[in-house]
Structure formats: structure tokens, C-alpha cells
Design a protein around this ligand. Structure first.
Ligand code: URA
Length: 248
């Protein structure tokens, strides 16, 4: 067992953390943990089963993991399969390897969705304790008053408990930029309904550090290594970089 696997410094260098020498220094300086334990030089790891962190941020080390960014069009379902035979986001993606959406957008919601088979990252991006920020451009009925916007920011009563603090700015009187760090079912729609301004159109424009203003509805691209790393940092450190103030 002791001699199996790939040397840690080689793995770190392969995924772009620096030269082999730089990665040896990271290990020697005690900045690298393997499954939660500070690693020593010479350590070998199984890249398929080991959790490696540098300065507390998870490092994606598995070879051949793919991470796609899709601009989901309205009318497409973001589960892997649909019982009513409606089109799904997975059908828009390459068939191999088999990938899954990270969390869900409602059928009518448009915008950015990460699709991958990276289970660890999916878990962290969707788990509420990591509080990754999601930003939505939200067109609503009517023109919410300043008091209504304040309510949205402070948290509104929903049937599964109050919403957490949100960042809300009015781009236009009926167009709101809403940033939340929870991922409850139909959350933005329910929040807007709660203040009496139902959503007409909802577009997700940011997931943590990931934005893309050029990707057209229905188009997808591969997330580059820096983007994947920025996501790992966002969830590895327990917030999404500039996380919202917590109210609980
Ligand atoms: N909030 C919603 O109401 N719907 C989504 O699809 C995402 C966030």
C-alpha cells in the first residue's frame, strides 16, 4: 500500500499549482493536507479517493474531470431525466462522460448552470453550509417600493421559514439584481411573490466567482482550470468570496 499512488508533489504540479519544486515547498511548509492530515514530503496518494487541500482550499486532482458552464434556456428541465419527456439540460451536453447539473434551475429560469461529474465539488456547491452566492437578474410585475426592497434584503416570510439576508439592487424600477446564498426551491420567485411583485423573468447571472456575459442561451463551454480552482477556493474556505452577512 505504502508505495501505491502518485507522489503528492507531482500531482500538485500536474494540476498547475507550480513547479515540482514549488509544490515540494508547499508540502514542506505544512500547507498541504491529505484527507485532513498535514502531508509529509514523499507522500503518495490515490487521486481518485483522496481529498487534497492547500491552505484549506480543496484542490481538484482527479484526472479527466469535466466541468461545463451552460446558459440554460427557458423550457429546459435541469434534472437528469424528466418523467414528462421534456427536454433536459443533460441532453444539451456531450454524451460522454455522463454529467449532472449542479443544483437546479426551474424550467422557466434561464442562465448559468454548472454541469459536471465532479461529485465533491457538486456536494460543496449545493450544500447550504458553504453558502455559495448566486446572483439573479429578476424582472418583476410592478415597481417594488423602497420598503419592499428593504424587506427582500432583510428576509421575507416563506412557508419553509424566513429567507436569509439578500443583496438587492434595482437596476430599473421593475428589474432587480438579487444575490442569495441559499438554494431553496423556487426561492427568488417565492421571495418576490412575498412582497407582492411576482417574477416575470428570472436569469441567473453568477454562481460564486463564475460569470459569463457572452454565452448565449443554449450554449455551453468548458470551465477553465482557473475557474474550477476559483470555485474550489470559494467552497473550500466556507464562503463564496465576499459572502453575504449571515443573519442566523
Ligand atoms: N430561484 C428561483 O425561484 N428559481 C430558480 O430557478 C432559481 C432560484
Amino acid at each position: 500500500m505504502m508505495h501505491e499512488g502518485e507522489r503528492l508533489q507531482k500531482v500538485l504540479a500536474r494540476v498547475g499549482l507550480g513547479s515540482r519544486r514549488v509544490c515540494e515547498d508547499l508540502i514542506a511548509d505544512g500547507r498541504v493536507t491529505v484527507d485532513g492530515v498535514v502531508a509529509v514530503l514523499g507522500r503518495r496518494i490515490d487521486v481518485d479517493t483522496t481529498l487534497v487541500e492547500v491552505d484549506g482550499a480543496v484542490v481538484g486532482i482527479k484526472p479527466d474531470l469535466v466541468h461545463y458552464l451552460l446558459n440554460k434556456p427557458a423550457g429546459v428541465i435541469s434534472t437528469a431525466e424528466d418523467t414528462h419527456d421534456r427536454p433536459t439540460v443533460v441532453e444539451l451536453m456531450p454524451e460522454e462522460p455522463r454529467v449532472f447539473p449542479v443544483g437546479r434551475l426551474d424550467a422557466d429560469t434561464e442562465g448559468l448552470l454548472i454541469i459536471t461529474h465532479d461529485g465533491e465539488l457538486t456536494h460543496r456547491l449545493t450544500h447550504p453550509s458553504f453558502g455559495i452566492e448566486k446572483e439573479y437578474l429578476t424582472q418583476v410585475e410592478g415597481e417594488p417600493s423602497r420598503a419592499a426592497l428593504r424587506e427582500l434584503r432583510e428576509g421575507v416570510e416563506l412557508d419553509d421559514g424566513p429567507s436569509a439576508k439578500a443583496r438587492v439592487t434595482a437596476v430599473d424600477p421593475s428589474l432587480l439584481r438579487i444575490t442569495i446564498h441559499e438554494g431553496r426551491n423556487r426561492q427568488v420567485r417565492r421571495m418576490c411573490e412575498a412582497i407582492g411583485h411576482p417574477v416575470i423573468r428570472l436569469v441567473r447571472t453568477r454562481i460564486g466567482p463564475i460569470v459569463d456575459r457572452r454565452l448565449k442561451p443554449g450554449e455551453w463551454r468548458v470551465l477553465n482550470r482557473d475557474e474550477v480552482r476559483s470555485l474550489e477556493v470559494a467552497v473550500g474556505s466556507g464562503n463564496s468570496g465576499g459572502a453575504l452577512e449571515r443573519d442566523r
